[in-house]
Design a protein around this ligand. Structure first.
Ligand SMILES: [Zn+2]
Length: 336
């Protein structure tokens, strides 16, 4: 895997077009369609891969056109779950909260993560990131009526997600991101988060030479730092530009021992950052971290932004990184 210093990437979701949303609604209503939803999704994946390559992003994604909710998308296909009633999730969206009613089991790979990953990788000359939701978040965002213990439930999910992740490894994914947005919400359960993540990745890194990332957002990092450094992954990808650059001060006391996914784009704002703003955010990080520890990306997924805003934000991000590489002579390859 050849990457420049300060590799650029995105967290996973891209804003979908009205054409795609309409097609999905028609698909749900079982309306006859001229072009199938799957064909549209594949066309859209090709378009956003081309866009990412043209912008100059180093590690690309399939954009997740197949996911509605990041938890229900997976639990819908695992044994042991039923759909519950509508609840409000982060970001003011409503989703059907999954209910655990029996032993959680894997029925085979969740269609999107393996099928669309392979499709995207075949289409792209750049590495495509594999992406799944983590066991702790799936547990935390479900109702458990079966295990009666948050740890047991998270570990049962971890065993299933491990199979999903192993499938991606076997297909050839070299960079896999496991999303755990819920991690920083309940600091007292970090031991469960870490144990579950160990169950997911144990041995896979060396067996398949994979680089693992945990994406974490929403919470107060001060409450979980430095304990989150015990997560058994190479990189922690953190939502920083919207809230928490002051976390850096803690790095002086407890050095950040992993790579960081430095969130430099606020995904909650319509306002497109200036190149200078993003450069400043990266240069500020140099005070606390080595350049070869830093990857650059937006705070979180882009599905709540318009396609135009998102593209503009990503162009700014890549331009800022290019300027910083030049300014600091960072023109060697990232060695990992
Ligand atoms: Zn996020």
């Amino acid at each position: 895997m050849k990457l420049p210093l300060l590799p650029t990437t995105t967290v996973g979701s891209f804003p979908q077009t009205s054409e795609m949303r309409k097609a999905r609604a028609n698909f749900r209503k079982k309306k006859e369609m001229e072009v199938s939803l799957e064909e549209l999704e594949l066309k859209w994946i090709r378009e956003i891969i081309t866009l990412q390559e043209e912008i100059g992003i180093d590690v690309v994604v399939d954009g997740e056109p197949y996911r509605g909710d990041m938890v229900a998308y997976f639990t819908n296909v695992y044994d042991g779950f039923q759909e519950g009633g509508f609840v409000r999730s982060y970001g003011n969206r409503y989703y059907r909260k999954p209910v655990v009613v029996g032993d959680i089991k894997w029925k085979g790979p969740t269609f999107g993560t393996s099928f669309y990953w392979s499709y995207a990788q075949e289409y792209s000359a750049k590495p495509v990131k594999g992406m799944v939701t983590g066991p702790y978040t799936m547990m935390d965002w479900s109702f458990d009526e079966y295990y009666g213990s948050r740890r047991e439930c998270a570990l049962a999910l971890a065993k299933v997600i491990r199979k999903e992740v192993k499938q991606l490894c076997q297909l050839g994914a070299k960079i896999i991101q496991i999303d755990e947005p819920a991690v920083s919400v309940k600091p007292e359960e970090l031991n469960i988060v870490i144990e579950a993540m160990e169950t997911v990745v144990d041995g896979l890194k060396t067996d398949y030479d994979v680089y693992f990332i945990n994406h974490i957002c929403y919470g107060d990092f001060h409450k979980v730092y430095p304990t989150i450094l015990s997560l058994p992954v190479d990189q922690l990808d953190l939502e920083l530009s919207n809230s928490a650059y002051d976390l850096f001060e803690l790095f002086e006391k407890y050095p950040f021992t992993k790579d960081i996914g430095l969130g430099v784009i606020d995904v909650h704002s319509h306002n497109v950052e200036t190149v200078q703003e993003v450069e400043n955010r990266i240069e500020n990080a140099f005070k606390y971290l080595e350049p070869n520890q830093i990857w650059v990306d937006p705070d979180c997924g882009g599905k709540t932004r318009s396609p135009k805003e998102w593209e503009a934000k990503l162009r700014v991000m890549v331009e800022a990184v290019k300027n910083v590489r030049k300014k600091y002579n960072l023109n060697s390859e990232l060695k990992k």
